[in-house]
Ligand binder design. Structure first.
Ligand SMILES: C[S@@+](CC[C@H](N)C(=O)[O-])C[C@H]1O[C@@H](n2cnc3c(N)ncnc32)[C@H](O)[C@@H]1O
Length: 287
C-alpha cells in the first residue's frame, strides 16, 4: 500500500461526504461519539485532542465537559469536514474549541500537551495505527488517557460494515476494488491489531499504555427504510466501497441491500439495527 495514495483516497471520500455526513437522520456517529466521551470522562479544565474529528461527534461532547477552562483541539485530514465542524462550533458559540486540517497519523503537536486523546471511528483509517498509538502516548501528560472506537471486527467481517452485510456483498462485486481496499487487505490492516482483544491490549501496551479496557456495546440505530440506510451509507466510510463500483454493480448492490434490510422491518415500520461498536480506553504508562 502507498500510504500517501491511500490517504488521498480517504480524504477525497470524506471531503465529498462532509456536507451530508451525519445529516440524514440516521443516528449512529452522534450517539457513538457521545458514548465514547462518557467512557473517556474528561474533566473540567482538561485539554483534549480529537483525532479524525469529522463534524464533531465526540469533539462537542468533550468541549461541554471540559468547560471554559478546558480546550478541545479537533484535527481531521479532510478540509470539508473541518469546515463543517468549524461552522458547528460557531453556531454553538463554543469558545473552547479549535479545529484544524492535520494528518492524525503523525500530528506535529507539542509533547505532553493533552490530558485526553479521543478518536471515534477514525484511527481505523490511519495506515499504521499501532505506530501512531506510540506517538499519541508521547502527546499525553502523566496519567493522560486515550479513548477510541472501532467496529467490532470478526474474521469474516467486511470492514466498515456490520457483520450481517458480509454475506450480502458478493465477491464478484468487489473485482474493481484496488488491492488496498480488498477485504483481505483491510482485514489484515485492521483485524491484525483490533480484531482480538489480546492483540489490541498487546498493541496498546507496546505503544506505552496500561489499564487497557475494551467494551463492546451496540449502537441502536433506527432507520426509516432500507433505502434510507443505503442512502446514508454513501455519506460514511462505506462510500469508499461504493465509489469503486461500476454503475451496474452499484445498482445491483443497492437493490440487494434494500431488499435484505426491508425484510427486517415489521411491515412499514422502521428498521432497527444493533451495530456493534468497540470502545477502547487506556492510560499512558508511568514514565
Ligand atoms: C467515520 S469518520 C468519523 C468522524 C467523527 N470522529 C465521528 O465520529 O463522526 C472518520 C474521519 O476520520 C478522518 N480521517 C481519516 N484519516 C485521517 C487521518 N490520517 N488523519 C486525520 N483524520 C483522518 C476522516 O476525514 C473522517 O472525518
Amino acid at each position: 500500500m502507498d500510504p500517501a495514495a491511500y490517504k488521498a483516497t480517504v480524504t477525497a471520500a470524506f471531503d465529498r461526504a462532509a456536507a451530508s455526513y451525519d445529516q440524514l437522520g440516521v443516528e449512529f456517529f452522534t450517539p457513538m461519539g457521545r458514548r465514547l466521551v462518557e467512557h473517556a470522562a474528561p474533566r473540567e479544565g482538561h485539554r483534549v485532542l480529537d483525532i479524525g474529528c469529522g463534524r464533531g461527534a465526540s469533539l462537542f461532547p468533550s468541549a461541554e465537559l471540559v468547560g471554559p477552562t478546558g480546550h478541545v483541539l479537533g484535527i481531521d485530514i479532510a478540509p470539508a469536514m473541518v469546515d463543517a465542524a468549524r461552522a458547528e462550533a460557531e453556531r454553538q458559540g463554543a469558545k473552547n474549541v479549535e479545529i484544524r486540517v492535520l494528518d492524525g497519523e503523525n500530528p506535529d503537536l507539542p509533547a505532553r500537551s493533552f490530558d485526553l486523546i479521543t478518536g471515534s471511528y477514525s484511527v481505523i483509517f490511519i495506515p499504521d495505527a499501532p505506530s501512531a498509538m506510540a506517538r499519541y502516548a508521547r502527546l499525553l501528560t502523566e496519567h493522560g488517557r486515550i479513548a477510541f472506537t472501532s467496529p467490532v471486527f470478526t474474521d469474516d467481517t467486511f470492514p466498515f460494515l456490520p457483520p450481517m452485510f458480509t454475506e450480502l456483498i458478493p465477491r464478484s462485486l468487489l473485482r474493481n476494488l484496488p488491492a488496498e481496499w480488498q477485504p483481505e487487505a483491510l482485514q489484515h490492516r485492521f483485524n491484525s491489531w483490533l480484531g482480538r482483544v489480546d492483540d489490541l491490549e498487546k498493541t496498546m501496551r507496546t505503544a506505552g499504555f496500561q489499564d487497557v479496557v475494551v467494551v463492546d456495546e451496540p449502537v441502536h440505530v433506527v432507520v426509516q427504510s432500507g433505502e434510507a440506510w443505503v442512502d446514508w451509507s454513501h455519506t460514511q466510510g462505506m462510500r469508499l466501497l461504493w465509489q469503486h463500483l461500476t454503475a451496474a454493480d452499484s445498482q445491483q448492490l443497492r437493490t440487494r441491500l434494500i431488499t435484505a434490510l426491508d425484510d427486517l422491518r415489521d411491515g412499514d415500520g422502521p428498521l432497527f439495527l444493533d451495530v456493534p461498536v468497540r470502545y477502547v480506553t487506556a492510560t499512558v504508562a508511568g514514565r
